[in-house]
Design a protein around this ligand. Structure first.
Ligand SMILES: [Zn+2]
Length: 449
């Protein structure tokens, strides 16, 4: 099980404790629950505590989900793990909708809204709001975890493949010095270069093999410009055929493949704009920031025999990864960004006609929509029972609670007890992983066929 965070009376982080110890602390009345997600205790009295062990927060930023892992480098223990789901797509959708509404106002007989001309400059390093929200979501979790755990170092997966490790991938005639990472970096590089599809039939979402365009039997080299990705049927069909022969009836594809093979992947870092912005801002926290490549992460994960999940990827980032990672008891906290409400001032009906200004208040009877509550309702009411979940507040004072088993309506506010205030995130406890039976120690993936 993930450890439980503990903070002292001055709200300074202490060493995280085992859940069993946390239970004892709570039972003995020595600590109180500070927050449910992530589960944190606060001590009730000042006790001399040893200096907490330094922890490393490892971050694997993803487009949809970011993996987080708190690792004790000295013991190899994963103390806590989380998976943060971003709301980039929702933000884009909301902004598109707003733009459409504003545009429609210019051609309807209504209050005129002057167009803004596209003659303004964006500041350097500008990111679209959907991408910026990812960066800021991660940063706010780094800040949050620093308040409850003694974090001294950060690790970030910065690039998908390390060009240094590829040994000048597109330069001809150099015998490679193959490090252990060689196969991993090259594979990641090829996946990006060939857009994760079979070069010969365009198949996606199938296992892809590294393939020699001019096969080795005919004197083809292992140079990256001679490598492509192919699905198994195509790879087998091509065999030792020359590519000219193999694609005799598909001149168009032949030209594309030969062109693509020669062209180096232009700017891999442009794709990773958000990762660099995140890196800049992580460095600004003043902590030591270690970076790693995706290929290295993959190698670390495979050599430790761990399955692929976001949080395990995070735990395997960088050269600092301990030789053996203790992960079997960890269940990741699934964190989903939900936003903190809307900015829409005018409510509309289904047809888009205004139905009134939105409520000027957010908080009713001490609750706001999104708070996690526990309601114990007496027998005589229709909604009798004990309900735990996120609440939707109403000015009338009867709330709706979204529980695990469905919605419970018309719960009077006086039966509710707050568990955690709304913070823009929804939480769920993820499943633990079962350790894999075999660990293919140090085996690089798919040697070129
Ligand atoms: Zn194919």
């Amino acid at each position: 099980m993930s450890k439980v965070f503990v903070i002292d009376t001055d709200q300074q982080p202490l060493t995280p404790v085992h859940p069993g110890r946390a239970r004892l602390l709570l039972k003995a009345g020595k600590a109180a629950v500070y927050s449910r997600y992530p589960f944190t205790l606060i001590l009730k009295s000042k006790v001399e505590q040893p200096m907490p062990a330094p922890l490393r927060l490892k971050i694997d930023p993803g487009a949809k989900t970011t993996g987080l892992a708190l690792v004790d480098d000295a013991t190899g223990e994963v103390v806590w793990a989380g998976e943060l789901t971003h709301r980039g797509a929702e933000i884009k959708k909301a902004l598109d909708k707003r733009r459409a509404v504003r545009r429609s106002r210019r051609c309807r007989r209504t209050r005129y809204r002057a167009p803004r001309f596209d003659n303004r400059r964006r500041r350097a390093g500008w990111l679209p709001p959907s991408l910026l929200s990812r960066v800021e979501g991660i940063l706010s979790w780094v800040a949050h975890l620093r308040r409850i755990a003694h974090i001294t170092a950060l690790s970030q997966e910065l690039v998908r493949f390390d060009l240094q490790n590829l040994e000048s991938p597109e330069i001809a005639g150099i015998a490679y010095q193959r490090g252990t990472l060689f196969g991993y970096e090259i594979r990641e590089y090829l996946l990006a270069k060939w857009s994760r599809a079979c070069a010969y039939c365009g198949a996606q979402n199938v296992p892809l093999q590294v393939e020699h365009i001019v096969c080795r039997a005919r004197g083809g080299t292992d140079r990256v410009s001679n490598l492509a990705l192919a699905c198994e049927p195509c790879n087998r069909k091509k065999g030792t055929l020359d590519i000219q022969e193999f694609l005799l009836h598909d001149k168009k594809r032949l030209a594309v493949i030969l062109g693509q093979a020669k062209a180096p992947l232009k700017d891999a870092t442009a794709v990773n704009a958000t990762r660099w912005e995140l890196h800049r801002r992580l460095v600004a926290t003043g902590l030591i920031v270690e970076t790693g490549s995706g290929g290295q992460t993959k190698y670390n994960r495979a050599s430790r025999g761990l399955p692929k999940t976001h949080w395990l990827d995070a735990a395997c980032i960088g050269a600092s990864t301990p030789e053996s990672l203790r992960t079997s008891d960890v269940s990741p906290l699934l964190i989903k960004a939900e936003g903190r409400g809307r900015r829409k001032m005018c409510n509309t009906n289904d047809l888009g006609f205004p139905t009134g200004h939105r409520k000027r208040r957010r908080r009713y009877f001490g609750y706001q929509t999104g708070d996690l509550v526990r309601a114990v309702v007496p027998e005589r009411l229709k909604c009798a029972g004990t309900h735990v979940g996120r609440v939707v507040v109403k000015a009338a004072g009867t709330f709706t609670i979204a529980t695990k088993h469905g919605k419970v309506t018309d719960v009077p506010h006086r039966y509710c007890q707050p568990l955690q205030r709304s913070d823009g995130y929804a939480y769920q406890q993820g499943a633990r992983i079962s350790p894999l039976p075999i660990s293919p120690k140090g085996a690089p993936v798919s040697a070129p066929a």
